[in-house]
Design a binder for this molecule. Structure first.
Ligand SMILES: *[C@@H]1O[C@H](CO)[C@@H](O)[C@H](O)[C@H]1NC(C)=O
Ligand SMILES: *[C@@H]1O[C@H](CO)[C@@H](O)[C@H](O)[C@H]1NC(C)=O
Ligand SMILES: *[C@@H]1O[C@H](CO)[C@@H](O)[C@H](O)[C@H]1NC(C)=O
Ligand SMILES: *[C@@H]1O[C@H](CO)[C@@H](O)[C@H](O)[C@H]1NC(C)=O
Ligand SMILES: *[C@@H]1O[C@H](CO)[C@@H](O)[C@H](O)[C@H]1NC(C)=O
Ligand SMILES: *[C@@H]1O[C@H](CO)[C@@H](O)[C@H](O)[C@H]1NC(C)=O
Length: 384
């Protein structure tokens, strides 16, 4: 009895001891973990990069993580040489594979305050280019690089034409890593223009002298165009002064400026109707002090780009006749008319620089987003 009781006591003491030792060990490992070089810690070291790379890939997101993953993974000898080539190159190299529509631009990004970019059209630099910029409408003429793509290099698809004005190329559906387009949901959005805050150095807005009510400058005239049909109806209700190649007269830039600024309203009618396809047909009259009457994507989409009270949308009226009546009213009421320029107290129009702005913004993007990225189903995204 007593001996079994003594055994129980010593067993209890032994268990207590074990628990205390275990506790001490746990505490020890909690506090000393960073100093211990256990082989398993190697796994913890690589783990986050893998997770990171995965999310970057899944979300096509902005991240520097997966490039680290590339660097950490075992590499073949050619990969190592390529890494060396990139590391030795201090600036981000963007190779302009073709000039858009053949138009050259100078290769400095300083006007955008973008530094450490090396834009080039020298194809000998292909192997060390971080990005290669392609212009959709010239791809079929010029072709894509034949040489293998270095693992770190991103191919950038650029296009400023609407889907109606540029045909899909099925063969290049899954080759690009980034898109550069007027659409706001592209990787590197470059709209045709945008509003920037005015500074104290900017002149205060003064309404230019007006001697015309409604104007339109148009060259591309097709009877099936929605804008042509709308114009044909609207002109039955209000006098529209129409200019441009479609009316047998070519305008110089100066002519265009003089005409548009002397009109109270301007028909900012897009040739085709697509999301975010809002072109200089809107931004030029806004800049020149004319009120744009827009025909294009829905009002809501315009409001993603410009203030709601800065334009008139044809869909604000159930018929062209009602629009004409509103314009007559605004022609009579100067106070009401001037409300369309309220935005001028805060903003001014900045037109984007075709080609050059795409290249510089792409380069800047490449500097900030080094992770793996790819575009699947470009054709479906753009052409629907
Ligand atoms: C990526 O790196 C650049 C330059 O080192 C840095 O400016 C940027 O914030 C980083 N981006 C992310 C998502 O960590
Ligand atoms: C460029 O940077 C300079 C100095 O930081 C600044 O004064 C200037 O306004 C910037 N220009 C643009 C276009 O951001
Ligand atoms: C293109 O780059 C190569 C290699 O840096 C150089 O040898 C060649 O002169 C360059 N060509 C032109 C036209 O600048
Ligand atoms: C690029 O590197 C490949 C080997 O990976 C080589 O065959 C090719 O000639 C190089 N191209 C240029 C333009 O240097
Ligand atoms: C013009 O519009 C204002 C409101 O902005 C209104 O108070 C005024 O009566 C209108 N004038 C005329 C002549 O209709
Ligand atoms: C670019 O996209 C291609 C095609 O999807 C892919 O094979 C390549 O790994 C991507 N490169 C980078 C740096 O994201």
């Amino acid at each position: 009895m007593s001996s079994s009781g003594g055994q129980k006591t010593s067993l209890r003491q032994f268990s207590l001891c074990c628990i205390m030792v275990a506790c001490c060990l746990v505490l020890f490992f909690i506090y000393y973990k960073p100093d211990i070089k256990l082989p398993t810690l190697g796994i913890y070291k690589t783990c986050p990069t893998v997770i990171c790379a995965k999310t970057a890939q899944d979300q096509d997101s902005t991240s520097n993580c997966s490039s680290e993953q590339h660097l950490n993974t075992p590499q073949s000898d050619t990969k190592k040489t390529q890494v060396a080539a990139v590391d030795a190159e201090p600036d981000t190299v963007l190779l302009i594979w073709m000039w858009p529509f053949g138009f050259k631009y100078d290769l400095s990004c300083s006007i955008f305050n973008i530094t450490r970019c090396h834009l080039t059209d020298n194809r000998s630099l292909y192997n060390k280019s971080h990005g290669v910029l392609f212009h959709h409408r010239d791809i079929q003429g010029t072709g894509l690089p034949k040489e293998p793509r270095p693992w770190f290099q991103k191919w950038v698809w650029s296009n400023m034409e609407s889907p109606a004005n540029s045909a899909p190329i099925p063969a290049v559906d899954n080759v690009f890593n980034l898109t550069c387009n007027y659409r706001l949901d592209s990787s590197i959005p470059v709209p045709y223009g945008y509003l920037v805050r005015i500074t104290s150095e900017d002149e205060k807005f003064k309404l230019p002298k007006k001697n015309k009510l409604v104007c339109w400058v148009v060259s591309n005239w097709k009877t099936q165009y929605k804008r042509v049909q709308y114009y044909n109806e609207l002109k039955n209700h209000i006098n529209i002064q129409a200019f441009g190649n479609a009316f047998g007269q070519h305008l110089s830039d100066q002519d265009y400026t003089d005409i548009v600024s002397s009109c109270k309203f301007y028909l900012s009618f897009e040739n085709s109707v697509y999301k975010d396809y809002i072109t200089e047909k809107l931004y030029s009259p806004m800049k020149l002090g004319s009120v744009p009457i827009v025909l294009g994507p829905p009002r809501q989409n315009y409001e993603d780009h410009i203030p709601p009270d800065s334009f008139i949308h044809v869909s604000d009226f159930s018929t062209p006749k009602e629009l004409a009546e509103r314009l007559f009213y605004l022609d009579q009421n100067h106070t009401e008319y001037m409300k369309y320029f309220n935005w001028k107290n805060r903003y001014k129009v900045q037109m984007s620089w075709f080609g050059k702005e795409h290249a510089c913004k792409t380069c800047s993007y490449l500097q900030k987003n080094r992770g793996y990225q790819t575009i699947h189903g470009l054709n479906k995204w753009y052409w629907g």
